[in-house]
Design a protein around this ligand. Structure first.
Ligand SMILES: *Cc1c(COP(=O)(O)O)cnc(C)c1O
Length: 385
């Protein structure tokens, strides 16, 4: 009979998440914006794939007291996991689920007039955040509606506690869009006089004080993603990715490797087959472009990435280090999620959310009693080869 330990035995693909690094990044941002600016953590999309509840707990330990989630499901998962900190829901559906907001002490982010009507129907006791449109054209009250509702007295009767907006080009310091959005936001801020204004997400933090207002909403930076390319990088990398070698084979010179025969050996080679593929979130477009680390040696990925496998040229790695059962490192050390995303031609957020959703996650420096804990993402399928 299998015992419980088998449930936490290492899988063949491990995404190791350093909670201490996430806490350090929170402190770095907090120090940067100073004591008068609140740092709210964005943990939407299962904390960018890293684990909603685990990340929330780690950030609470680091002093975070406000979280933004994508939807009501995520908010309720936090509450059922006994996370009592303030939680705001980006896509609120307040009109439909108002009672759920009240009984779980959740804060809706109001994005349009219909939702604003639902808030005013609740009476003055309902706390809410107001999202306003300043040049991003996604969610948020249009300026004409802000004006109309201001003139009709809605905001005087039902003042939002936070007014927020989102920058389109925050990672590009020189982009004039930032100034334009900032000026529009400043005008609305002056008009509505909320307790707090919030314009900047991660990249906006580096645009300077005039973008911070009273609160910043950071996701990416907490998870070590340096979208704005700040040098030297003040953020710590958070994720390490490893996969197990399943087999090693000798391949003669001038033989094709993998689908489409995109790689052909130039010498008699040893090729390791490791247990990670695009279904684990490894970008298919990184084929023939990245290397892995094996016991301090670098070894290139060769051939296409399969659904469940990659092939690696280990001819130059001592055999003792790369037999079946050994692990290769795909993310870690100097090679970050940002580097992998750049090689693949995608954005780091996409890489992170996909890896996190598919790989077994291990937590380092967990504030809970055990130093390492393991969680499976909600939608992890059974492994198959
Ligand atoms: C996702 C999101 C954030 C966080 O953005 P990062 O760039 O990851 O810090 C902040 N605000 C809104 C409205 C968002 O949708």
């Amino acid at each position: 009979m299998q015992n419980m330990l088998s449930l936490v035995s290492p899988d063949d693909v491990l995404l190791e998440i350093n909670l201490g690094a996430i806490q350090a990044n929170f402190r770095t941002i907090s120090a940067l914006v100073g004591p008068h600016v609140r740092v709210a953590a964005v943990i939407k999309s299962d904390a960018y794939g890293l684990g909603l509840v685990e990340i929330a707990r780690a950030l609470i330990d680091a002093g975070c007291d406000l979280f933004f989630v994508a939807n009501l499901n995520e908010a309720l998962l936090l509450r059922s996991s006994h996370v009592v900190a303030a939680v705001a829901v980006f896509c609120d559906q307040f009109a439909r689920y108002g009672r759920c907001y009240r009984s779980n002490d959740l804060t809706p982010v109001v994005n349009n007039c219909a939702e604003l009507d639902a808030i005013s129907a609740e009476g003055e006791t309902q706390t809410y955040f107001l999202n306003v449109e300043t040049g991003f054209s996604r969610l948020g009250l249009a300026f004409v509606d802000v004006r109309r509702r201001y003139l009709s007295g809605t905001f005087e009767s039902y003042p939002p506690s936070v007014v927020l907006s989102h920058l389109a080009c925050g990672e590009c310091v020189a982009d004039v869009t930032n100034v334009l959005q900032r000026n529009r936001f400043q005008a609305i801020y002056n008009l509505l006089k909320p307790i707090r204004g919030s314009l900047a997400a991660s990249s906006g933090v580096w645009l300077g004080k005039s973008y911070h207002f009273d609160m910043v909403r950071v996701g990416s930076a907490l998870y070590g993603l340096n979208d704005a390319g700040i040098q030297p990088n003040p953020l710590q990398p958070v994720a390490r990715l490893r996969a197990k070698i399943l087999d090693v084979r000798n391949v003669p010179r001038r033989e094709a490797v993998g689908y489409g025969a995109t790689f052909r050996t130039v010498r008699a080679s040893r090729v390791a087959i490791a247990a990670i593929g695009y279904r684990h979130g490894l970008p298919w477009s990184s084929a023939n472009k990245i290397s892995v680390r094996i016991a301090g040696h670098s070894a290139p990925l060769i051939g296409k990435i399969s659904m469940e496998y990659i092939t690696i040229d280990v001819t130059d790695v001592p055999e003792a280090h790369c037999g079946p059962g050994a692990f290769v490192e795909l993310l870690g050390g100097d090679f970050t999620v940002g580097d992998l995303a750049a090689a693949a031609g995608v954005i780091p957020q996409e890489v992170l959310t996909r890896l996190g959703a598919a790989c077994t996650r291990q937590y380092l420096n967990s504030p809970s009693p055990s130093a390492v804990s393991v969680s499976r993402p909600f939608n992890a399928g059974a492994r198959s080869r």
